[in-house]
Design a binder for this molecule. Sequence first.
Ligand SMILES: *Cc1c(COP(=O)(O)O)cnc(C)c1O
Length: 365
Amino acid sequence: MTNAKVRLELTSTPKTKVPEDKLGFGQVFTDHMFVMDWDEEKGWHDARVVPHGSLLLDPSFGALHYGQSIFEGLKAYNNGGKVYLFRPNKNFERLNNSADRMSLPRLDEEFALEALKEFVKVDRSWVPTTEGTSLYLRPLMFNSEVGLGVHPAKKVTYLVLASPSGAYFTGGLKPIRLYVEDEYVRAAVGGVGFAKTAGNYAASLKGQLKAEEFGCQQCLWLDAKEHRYVEEGGAMNVFFKVNGEFYTPALTGSILPGVTRDSMLQLLRDRGEKVHEARLDVNELFEQAKNGQLEEMFCVGTAAVVTPVGTLVRQNHQTGELEEAVINGGQTGKYTQDLYSELVNLQLGKTEDKHGWLVEVCDAE
Ligand SMILES: *Cc1c(COP(=O)(O)O)cnc(C)c1O
């Protein structure tokens, strides 16, 4: 499989590109997409780069009804004439973990990476160059078998879409407000929280809407059993600096193991900081925010990069009143700012890549 060829079927009508300052997130797609099929008989076959366009599927296909669908998210960066991916092997490792949990076939990780590079190379002119922009890559695998029976897929489709995306921050880091969601849960231990699978995001929308109602950008999810221990931000993992040491929730099975989380743990250890993967009680964190022991809080993820949290908000369910815990005066903390710069400079090849995290794809043009 590793030496299998990727067939190229290139578009004859390239699109006009959207100006880089008009790029949002996930709205614009490149000229092509990567596709590969799987069935029981042939395994993975017919790897190809084809024009980005509609799929023709019978409306009974499995993923649409029963959610057997998993995805990934990573970025290609143009850093001074070359196109790089950041730790893509971690994404394929995680995609295979998601595939195992959802009874989907595994990919050959080495081939998946080679194929991804091949695809990005074809659409390399779409990798934006302005600071903060990138080409967001969305690998997706789903049950494409026709029929309404509930069983592991006998036919599966793997796709990679590419979408140039704009700068997440314009004009510096802006601290966000997080709503502590203590009614709905995102995921339970034993379930599928560690998998990047479609239904987790459908289930999270209620929390997201509540957060917005309370003037927050995102919600902070708690554990499903006691509604007390911090899990994550829904598409980002969370870090706390308490009394000079760093904390992030331990991976319990209900938390998505973020690549950025892993990178941040390594960067903090490289700096000689004390870091703990622990069980973090939200009541304690509110106390620590109030007495100043909670010095900084930030979220990390491929999309969020490093996002400061200025305020935690929760509702008293007896009175309906909101309680707010302001962190670092609602300002971006020094460590948060430094860690953001360190990660971005690393991704852009501006600082030494000590851990071999950058994977070169090709010359930019
Ligand atoms: C993707 C994702 C993250 C962040 O993972 P990264 O690999 O750092 O992008 C965190 N939580 C959830 C639920 C996610 O889907």
